[in-house]
Each structure stands twice: as structure tokens, then as C-alpha cells.
Design a protein around this ligand. Structure first.
Ligand SMILES: NC(=O)c1ccc[n+]([C@@H]2O[C@H](COP(=O)([O-])OP(=O)(O)OC[C@H]3O[C@@H](n4cnc5c(N)ncnc54)[C@H](O)[C@@H]3O)[C@@H](O)[C@H]2O)c1
Ligand SMILES: [Zn+2]
Length: 378
């Protein structure tokens, strides 16, 4: 087996470390920063505090969940016109992805649309970027991915480029204390999907395997605690650890089938990213158990389950325990909707799944979710 491992992001982890941002900027000689802040960062007063400290000279805060090309372009314009030379992104994956894409495109004419699903390479250089996650979820602070939506065209897709790796990730668990239970649950399941999909992906490699197992174990133990009691600081801290480590676990191998299926589910039905990914993870766990390499069995054992089937049951149990939906019965899907979902799930991530995912398998999945029948016979 041949593999490479590289990880270019400096990680600073621990409670209160967001206070290091002004010193970090001056250590690096960064002069004029724009803060890209999720709405709650403005509401909490953190944005004003950072501006008052002189760490940043302005704030961009018009960010919706699953950020749109128009928001990326607006942020890129502010960066270009305000002569900013570094970016601090504080928020969930939406704010961080928006900041990544804007900092990579602010130096060139045109729109981020030119790079979304077009195969056109991003410019090699971008403004320096510090990513500060406020959800324990996407791991975007350590990946080379920015997921951007184009609502006008009805698409949502990742842009992947080495120039999208942030320089520094500051992971401060205190910033996640305010995450509401439903968002805690959805983002926490996203962490599990990153770990498990990274592990079973065709792009797997041993360092990322070890990271994936570490992260997945933490989610099974601590996610129900954090959802039940958001003031459980130990659970919050462990989930932040799992989130950044799962980010490293999939950054190189990339995600697979559950992420491929999540994109149309989020785009058309507004299902939050993590919840959309988690909805299909147990189905693909059963399906991928048939992979020749036997890796899903190894993963199940490493996580303390006796078989892939028991791991799939464990995933379904966790999803229910944290209050996430396990089917799509409430959407009253028509057969046309199911045709559309099957077609739109053919995202490149699907090709990174260890077992080829046929249309037949996708129909079985979506019909099962639509009717609420479980697929435990797989
Ligand atoms: N770049 C990557 O590697 C990667 C990986 C997976 C997913 N994603 C993308 O990231 C996005 C999802 O990010 P997310 O799951 O972190 O959610 P999010 O950033 O969309 O945040 C969800 C909601 O929670 C709020 N919120 C965030 N932190 C909070 C806090 N501390 N207190 C109170 N409210 C808070 C946000 O303002 C928002 O309303 C999707 O677009 C997804 O496709 C990116
Ligand atoms: Zn994800």
C-alpha cells in the first residue's frame, strides 16, 4: 500500500484560546484583518470585542446556513475594496467555508460561481486565513474544502483546492457552549459521518484510520450528553476534539455516499447538513459491509460493535437518542421526488464509496426513507 500524509494547518486547541487572536495576528505581521462572523458572533459581542482590540478592522456578517455564491461574492468585494490582507472566520462551517471561498477569489475578477462545479482551478494565492469553529461539526478549519450553494441555479457543491487550507485553526470549546440542542445533534452526527466515511472511503490510509476511530468513539460517548445538557463542558470539549480530528480523518481520504446524498436533501428540503448526512449513514454501513476489503467489519470492531450490522443499529440508535429524524415520511415524497433524489445523488463523492452505489441501491434507500420502513434486511 502507498500513501502520503500532509497536514498544513497549525492547530491551537483549548478553552479561552480565542483570546489569542490579536497576538496571533501581530506575531505573523498581519496588518488589516476582516472578521467573517456568523450572526451569533455579532450578537454575543465577540465581533465588537475583536474590532475594539484592533485585531480586525471590519466585519462581514451576512451569512446564511449553506452559504450562497452571492454572499461569497459580497464578502470578496468587501475584502478587495477595503484593502484587507488577512481574514478571521468565526462561526460554523457556513461562515468558515464562505471565508475560505471569499479569501481565495477576492483578488480576481468575476464570481465564485466560475469555480463551482466547473473544474476551473482557483487562483493559487489567497489572503491568510484563521478559522475559528463555533460548532463541533464540519472540521472545515482543517480541510481544503468549501461547500457553497448557488440558490439561483439550485446547486450545492464543494470546491476543493490546496489553497483553501486555513493557515491556523483556533479551536476553543467555549465557543460551542451556546449551540442549541438541535444544532448540537446535527453537527455531532456530521462528525461521525466524517470519521466513518473517511475510514471506509476508497481514499483511506492508516493515519486517517486511526484519527477516524478516535473521533467516532468520542461521538458515541459524548454526543448524547452534550445534546441533553449544553452546559456539560467536558462533553463540549470532547466533541470539539472529535470534530477537528474527524476533519483530519476525512481531509485527505474525502467523504463518500452519505455526503453525496446529503447535498440534494439539503438543497431541496432544507435538511441541515449533518442531519442529512446522518439519515443515510446506517444504510451505507449495511451496504458497505459487503466490500471485499472487510474494512467495515474492522471499523465496527474498533468501535466496540460486534459486526457492521450492529454498528448500523448503533448509528440509528444514536440518531434517535439525539432527536434527529430517521426517515423522510413527513415530506410525503412522490415517485418523481425519489427519481430526482436518485439522480442528484450521483455526486463525485459517491465514487469514493467502497462498494459501487447503483441506482437500484439508491431507490431502495430513498423508498425506505420515504415510507419509514427500515432497511435492516440488507
Ligand atoms: N468545508 C468542509 O470541509 C465541510 C465539511 C462538512 C460540511 N460543510 C458545510 O458546512 C455547512 C454546515 O456547517 P455547520 O454544520 O457548522 O452549521 P452552520 O455553520 O450552518 O450553523 C448552523 C446554525 O447554527 C448557528 N450557530 C453556529 N454556531 C453557533 C453557536 N456557537 N451558538 C449559537 N448558534 C450557532 C449558525 O449561525 C447557524 O444558524 C454546510 O454548508 C456544509 O455543507 C463543510
Ligand atoms: Zn459534513
Amino acid at each position: 500500500m502507498r500513501w502520503d500524509y500532509t497536514q498544513p494547518v497549525e492547530i491551537r486547541f483549548g478553552e479561552g484560546r480565542v483570546d489569542e487572536l490579536p497576538a496571533l495576528a501581530s506575531e505573523r505581521g498581519w496588518k488589516r484583518g476582516l472578521l467573517v462572523a456568523a450572526p451569533h458572533v455579532v450578537k454575543s459581542g465577540l465581533a465588537a470585542k475583536l474590532e475594539a482590540s484592533g485585531c480586525v478592522a471590519g466585519t462581514y456578517a451576512n451569512i446564511s446556513p449553506n452559504p450562497d455564491v452571492s454572499e461569497v461574492d459580497a464578502c470578496a468585494n468587501q475584502l478587495a475594496q477595503g484593502d484587507f490582507n488577512f481574514v478571521v472566520a468565526i462561526g460554523g462551517g457556513s461562515a468558515i467555508d464562505l471565508a475560505k471561498a471569499a479569501s481565495a477569489t477576492c483578488g480576481v475578477e468575476g464570481s465564485v460561481r466560475d469555480y463551482l462545479g466547473t473544474g476551473r482551478p482557483l487562483p493559487d494565492t489567497r489572503l491568510s486565513l484563521v478559522a475559528v469553529p463555533t460548532t463541533a461539526g464540519t472540521g472545515s478549519e482543517v480541510t481544503s474544502v468549501a461547500v457553497i450553494s448557488d440558490r439561483e441555479r439550485g446547486t450545492k457543491a464543494p470546491i476543493v483546492a490546496d489553497s483553501l487550507f486555513p493557515e491556523v485553526a483556533v479551536v476553543d470549546p467555549q465557543l460551542t457552549w451556546s449551540v442549541p440542542p438541535q444544532v448540537t445533534a446535527s453537527t455531532g452526527i456530521d462528525v461521525l459521518c466524517h470519521a466513518i466515511e473517511g475510514y471506509w472511503s476508497l481514499g483511506h490510509q492508516p493515519i486517517c484510520d486511526a484519527l477516524a476511530v478516535h473521533a467516532a468513539r468520542i461521538v458515541f460517548t459524548y454526543l448524547p450528553r452534550a445534546v441533553r445538557d449544553g452546559t456539560d463542558h467536558e462533553a463540549r470539549e470532547r466533541l470539539c476534539e472529535a470534530s477537528v480530528i474527524a476533519g483530519l480523518a476525512f481531509a485527505l481520504p474525502k467523504t463518500t455516499s452519505s455526503h453525496a446524498c446529503s447535498f440534494p436533501l439539503t438543497r431541496r428540503y432544507g435538511i441541515p447538513h449533518g442531519e442529512a448526512c446522518g439519515l443515510t449513514l446506517d444504510y451505507f454501513c449495511r451496504l458497505n459491509a459487503s466490500a471485499d476489503d472487510g474494512r467495515v467489519k474492522d471499523l465496527a470492531h474498533a468501535l466496540g460493535f460486534t459486526s457492521p450490522k450492529v454498528l448500523a443499529d448503533g448509528i440509528a440508535w444514536l440518531r434517535t437518542a439525539v432527536g434527529l429524524r430517521g426517515d423522510l415520511t413527513s415530506l410525503n415524497l412522490t415517485s418523481e421526488d425519489i427519481d430526482w433524489l436518485v439522480q442528484e445523488s450521483h455526486h463525485p463523492n459517491l465514487l469514493n464509496n467502497p462498494v459501487p452505489v447503483t441506482d437500484e441501491a439508491l431507490y431502495r434507500l430513498y423508498r425506505g426513507l420515504a415510507s419509514g420502513s427500515t432497511c435492516s434486511d440488507l
